[in-house]
Design a protein. Structure first.
Length: 238
C-alpha cells in the first residue's frame, strides 16, 4: 500500500484586510480611525510619553470598535481550515483584534499585540484590558500607574519574531491574506519562506507583486472561503 503524501506545513499570515468587512478599517483606509489621527501622536512610544491620555483615547475607540465587530466569512473559513487540515497549521496575524479567536482559531501568534490586553510600562506585566483604559490605572502586579495598551507601536519590536521566523522557514505553503506587504518585518516573511522552498500564495483585493506570483483577488469574505474549499477538497483527493 502506497502512503498518501503528507499535507503541506501551512502557515497563514493575516493583515487588516481580513477584518475590513467586519467594519474594522484597514491601516490605509480613507474613512477609518487611522485616517482621523496623526499616527505620530497615537502610535509611537514618544507619543505615549508626551500625551498618554490621547493615546488611550484612541485605543479605547479601537477597542470598542473591536468589541462591536463580528467575525466574517473569511475568519470562519480559516477556523474551518485549522480544524480540518491534515498537516500542520499555524496562524500569524498583524491584527490586534480578536476576530480569529472568536471565529474558532487557536494558538494564534499576534505579532502586533492585542487591544484586549493591557501592559504595564514599568514592569511589563500583562492583564485583560477593561473596555476603557487610562494611563493612571494601577498595574495589578506592581501597582505602578503606567498602564499602556499591549500593542506594538512604530519603532518597537513585534512579538514572537523568533518563532515566526522559524515557522516561515519551515513552511511548505505560505499564504498571506489581507496584507499590503509594505510593513516590515511582516512584509519580509514571504521572501524567507520562498528562499526555504515554500510555495507562496496571496489573497488580497489586488496583486501586491513580488515575491507572490499566484493568488486569489477580491473581497476576503469571498476569496478566503473559496480558497479553503479548494484546498480541503484537494487534500481529500486520491
Amino acid at each position: 500500500m502506497i502512503a498518501a503524501p503528507a499535507a503541506p506545513a501551512l502557515v497563514v499570515l493575516t493583515g487588516a484586510g481580513i477584518s475590513a468587512e467586519s467594519g474594522l478599517g484597514t491601516f490605509r483606509s480613507s474613512d477609518g480611525l487611522w485616517a482621523k489621527y496623526d499616527l505620530r501622536k497615537v502610535a509611537t512610544p514618544e507619543a505615549f510619553a508626551r500625551d498618554p491620555q490621547m493615546v488611550h483615547d484612541f485605543y479605547n475607540l479601537r477597542r470598542r470598535a473591536c468589541l462591536d465587530a463580528e467575525p466574517n466569512a473569511a475568519h470562519l473559513a480559516l477556523a474551518r481550515l485549522q480544524r480540518d487540515w491534515k498537516g500542520s497549521f499555524h496562524l500569524i496575524t498583524q491584527n490586534v483584534d480578536d476576530l480569529h479567536e472568536r471565529a474558532g482559531n487557536t494558538d494564534i501568534l499576534h505579532m502586533h499585540g492585542s487591544l484586549l490586553t493591557a501592559r504595564c510600562a514599568l514592569c511589563g506585566h500583562r492583564w485583560p484590558a477593561p473596555e476603557v483604559m487610562a494611563p493612571t490605572d494601577p498595574c495589578p502586579h506592581c501597582a505602578g500607574p503606567a498602564t499602556r495598551p499591549d500593542v506594538v507601536w512604530f519603532g518597537e519590536e513585534p512579538y514572537h519574531m523568533e518563532q515566526i521566523g522559524e515557522l516561515a522557514r519551515a513552511a511548505t505553503l505560505f499564504v498571506v491574506i489581507g496584507s499590503s506587504g509594505q510593513v516590515y518585518p511582516a512584509a519580509g516573511l514571504g521572501g524567507i519562506a520562498r528562499r526555504n522552498g515554500a510555495r507562496l500564495l496571496e489573497i488580497n483585493l489586488m496583486r501586491t507583486g513580488k515575491p507572490f506570483r499566484a493568488g486569489f483577488y477580491g473581497p476576503a469574505t469571498e476569496m478566503v472561503p473559496r480558497w479553503v474549499d479548494e484546498l480541503l477538497a484537494g487534500q481529500g483527493a486520491g
